[in-house]
Design a protein. Structure first.
Length: 154
């Protein structure tokens, strides 16, 4: 086994500043300076993208203190069109945030330019607790899960 520790999650944006601002406003993420601006042969070789250049920043995710994990929001100088969001597409599909009230958080995301993917539902988890959750998207179509846990059915 590799001696590993989680570092960050990367999100490629069409407009990194606008998307970072959304995560800061809505979820309380914080910018971890400095902003990043990379280009050159090493970046192209490492990413496998000829002529790659990217800009962006790391956002500290809420709830884990000053050394907690980050969401890296980058924008490449050139990018192909993305696919529409789909919860059943293979690969990484969403980031989840624990929130006090899923319906209220969903309303906030929608008011800030996000979109609904499904409805707010409550399921009983394998450990006997109940989770109320909903999928929404951020303004660029990335799926975000909003979840709230309880020992009793709400």
């Amino acid at each position: 086994m590799i001696d590993a520790r989680f570092g960050h999650l990367n999100l490629i944006a069409r407009d990194w500043r606008a998307l970072a601002a959304f995560y800061i406003r809505v979820f309380g993420c914080e910018i971890v300076p400095p902003e990043r601006d990379y280009s050159g042969d090493e970046l192209a070789a490492g990413t496998g993208v000829p002529g790659a250049s990217l800009r962006g920043a790391h956002l500290r995710l809420p709830g884990h203190g000053p050394t907690g994990p980050t969401l890296e929001v980058y924008q490449y100088g050139s990018m192909p069109d993305g696919l529409p969001p789909a919860a059943n597409r293979p690969g990484f599909q969403h980031i989840a945030f624990a929130v006090p009230t899923v319906a209220d958080a969903r309303d906030t995301v929608l008011a800030e330019g996000g979109a609904a993917v499904g409805s707010v539902v409550t399921l009983q988890a394998a450990d006997g607790r109940f989770v109320t959750w909903a999928y929404v998207t951020d303004p660029e179509g990335n799926i975000v899960e909003l979840q709230s846990w309880s020992d009793t059915r709400p």
